[in-house]
Ligand binder design. Structure first.
Ligand code: ADP
Length: 249
């Protein structure tokens, strides 16, 4: 079963075409990585999946993006769509409040007041983000006291607490050291059990380690996609071959 089906998707920023006739399916409960040189459209495509590009002036989109069969550009409530597709960014961006309040924030904003329920949602989200053991004794400390890697896992927990179906990640480890990166990569293994994960990464090694499916982009075009192993071991397109063997990028 697929979470997303993208058909003939074009996207323009003003007169500049950033995505060209994209055709892609993104399977449920798998990790899909978008790779390719800087500026090839990876983040743009990621942002079309929860309509974050709508917020940018001058964007024109045509084609179809279906989530669970419904065209998200036609008949979907954008607020609900963004709740179903949580997003984690390159730079950890915790809110200026306690660890607990960061994770509880979205549910509280939705009107949940019951302390028992909030406590259990916070614990479950922190456990799923592999942060619980490190913070359970200081839930009411300020989030800014956490290390960079912990802050990024906190942002993942904050996303998980909204019980999304999909987690979109835009280079989530590029600001982190190798140890913090490894923690997040380990976490991906568990996340796919509960969520569909789509990750933009500039690291081919990372895509290889964590992704079930890989899609390779070049200048707004989706050159090739498939099982990660196939993309790296037996690419069909010579441009993919050139990129993964380090000819350019
Ligand atoms: P990647 O994530 O692969 O680095 P992006 O999706 O960020 O690529 O960018 C794809 C193309 O769209 C680039 O040419 C970039 O300059 C352009 N672009 C990205 N965001 C904007 C924007 N907000 N306004 C105008 N052009 C943009």
């Amino acid at each position: 079963m697929n979470t997303f089906e993208i058909n003939d998707l074009d996207l323009y920023y003003g007169d500049t075409q950033a995505l060209k006739s994209i055709e892609l399916v993104i399977p449920r409960n798998q990790v899909t990585a978008f790779i390719g040189p800087s500026g090839c459209g990876k983040s743009t495509l990621l942002r079309t999946l929860n309509r974050m590009n709508d917020l940018i002036a001058g964007v024109k989109i045509s084609g179809e993006v279906k989530m669970d069969g419904a065209d998200i550009y036609a008949d979907v409530d954008v607020r609900k769509l963004r709740m179903r597709c949580g997003m984690v960014f390159q730079k950890a961006n915790p809110f200026p409040m306690s660890i607990y309040e960061n994770v509880a924030y979205g549910q509280k904003a939705q009107g949940l007041k019951d302390k028992f329920q909030l406590d259990s949602i916070v614990e479950e989200a922190l456990r799923k983000a592999a942060l619980w053991e490190e913070v359970k004794d200081r839930l009411h400390s300020h989030a800014f006291g956490l290390s960079g890697g912990q802050q990024q896992r906190l942002c993942i927990a904050r996303t998980i607490a909204m019980r999304p179906d999909v987690i979109l990640m835009d280079e989530p480890t590029s600001a982190l050291d190798p140890i913090a990166t490894a923690r997040i990569e380990e976490l991906m293994e568990d996340l796919r059990r509960d969520f569909t994960v789509v990750i933009v990464t500039h690291s081919m090694a990372q895509a290889r380690r964590i992704a079930d499916k890989t899609a390779f982009f070049l200048m707004g075009e989706l050159v090739e996609h498939g099982d990660t192993e196939q993309i790296f071991n037996a690419p069909q397109d010579k441009r993919t071959h050139g990129y993964i063997t380090g000819d350019f990028g």
